[in-house]
Every structure is written in structure tokens, then in C-alpha cells.
Write a protein that binds this ligand. Structure first.
Ligand SMILES: [Zn+2]
Length: 220
């Protein structure tokens, strides 16, 4: 989670600020700067830029083209110099749509439901676009790899989409999980030896659940 999860004091303040026309960007920058990458996979970390989907207080840190660029730079997908062209706002919308599409597919996969055919088709179209923008290069280790320009904002979407395609191409794995924490829903790959990781971050969602259980026990 990219905000302090235990205390949601800032949400009513944010709603109030939005009603008054305050630019939330000045506050959201702080959160995307601090967003931890807990997914263990670039596609999952990208989808995890939103949380609490379907909840009235759903959070999202991809609000501006600058957010998208910063996320890409922090994840090492983009370089230091990425100009924001006039169509950057359109790219932000495309990236957010790609993220929602991947969320629907990952959700179905984690919860052992058939992947929605229409979403698979859309992901295929996005992947075809991504590969058209890529170069297949011979890396020093002798392997061929797709490379995208690190100076273009759309590279974030291309990298996330193609990584998502690869993730879904594998057999369904019990290692792909969704955090059951309140106000969360983040995805991650469980890389623990025993495969018993439950939370996106123990010190956030795990601790929150523990504290809640203790409170309930005390009330009894
Ligand atoms: Zn969580």
C-alpha cells in the first residue's frame, strides 16, 4: 500500500480538498514517490498503483502524466530524461485502461475463474501494439530480448502489458496471490520457500488484521 493504511484520516480531507477545487496532485506526488514495489513482478506492481477497487474510497496514484513517468523511472523502466509531449494525458488514460484490464484478468486468474474472453482479446491488441514499438535485440549474454525506448512515456504501458501477457501465459499458479487486507487488493508473487505469504506487507495489512483480531477478542 502506498499510504499509511492503518489511519485513513487523509481521505475525508482529500474529498474536502477536491470539493474545494484543490489540486490533489501536490499530495499524490508524495504517495507515488513512496509507493513500495511488493508484487515481485513489473506487471503486478503496475496494477498495484490502485487499490480498493470497487470501494467508494478507492485509491489511485496514477493521476497525472508526471505520476506515470515517476513510476516508470522508479521501477527502472524509464530513463531520467522523458519529455512529456502534448499527448501525455492521452497516454495516461491508455495506461490506466491497460491497468484496469490487467486487474480484471489477474483477479479472474487468482480466484480461479475463466479469463474473460473479451479482456483477453483486448490484452492481445495492446500487446501487439507494444511489440510493434519494440526492438528485438541480442543481449551480451547471447539471449534475444525485446527492448523499448526508455525515453518514451508509453514504454511503461508496453512493458507492463507484455509482462502481464507472459505472466498469464504460464499455468495458473498458487504463487500468484491477492492481499486480503482491508482497503488493499494488491497482487504479488509469493516467493517464500513454503508458499505461505498471505499479505502484501506484513507490517501493513498483516499487522492491521492482527490488531483487529485482538480488538475483537478483547470485546468478547
Ligand atoms: Zn495488502
Amino acid at each position: 500500500m502506498y499510504q499509511q493504511k492503518k489511519v485513513h484520516w487523509w481521505k475525508p480531507i482529500r474529498s474536502w480538498l477536491q470539493q474545494t477545487g484543490f489540486c490533489w496532485y501536490t499530495l499524490s506526488v508524495q504517495s507515488i514517490r513512496e509507493l513500495p514495489f511488493v508484487g515481485g513482478h513489473v506487471a503486478l506492481d503496475f496494477v498495484n498503483t490502485a487499490e480498493e477497487r470497487g470501494h467508494p474510497e478507492a485509491d489511485d496514484v496514477l493521476l497525472t502524466p508526471q505520476d506515470l513517468r515517476l513510476w516508470g523511472q522508479r521501477h527502472g523502466v524509464l530513463g531520467r530524461s522523458v519529455p512529456l509531449h502534448p499527448d501525455a494525458e492521452t497516454e495516461l488514460q491508455r495506461a490506466r485502461e491497460a491497468r484496469d484490464l490487467m486487474y480484471a484478468l489477474l483477479y479472474a486468474r487468482v480466484h480461479q475463474r475463466p479469463l474473460p474472453a473479451i479482456a483477453v482479446r483486448s490484452l492481445g491488441e495492446l500487446a501487439a501494439d507494444a511489440y510493434r514499438a519494440a526492438d528485438l535485440q541480442l543481449d551480451p549474454d547471447g539471449a534475444t530480448r525485446w527492448h523499448w525506448s526508455t525515453a518514451r512515456l508509453e514504454t511503461v504501458r508496453h512493458v507492463a502489458v507484455t509482462a502481464g501477457v507472459e505472466l498469464l501465459a504460464g499455468r495458473p499458479s498458487t504463487r500468484l496471490k491477492q492481499c486480503p487486507g482491508d482497503h488493499c487488493g494488491w497482487f504479488f508473487l509469493d516467493a517464500t520457500k513454503r508458499g505461505n505469504r498471505r499479505w502484501c506487507q506484513m507490517r501493513e495489512c498483516g499487522q492491521e488484521a492482527k490488531d483487529r483480531r485482538r480488538r475483537e477478542q478483547r470485546r468478547r
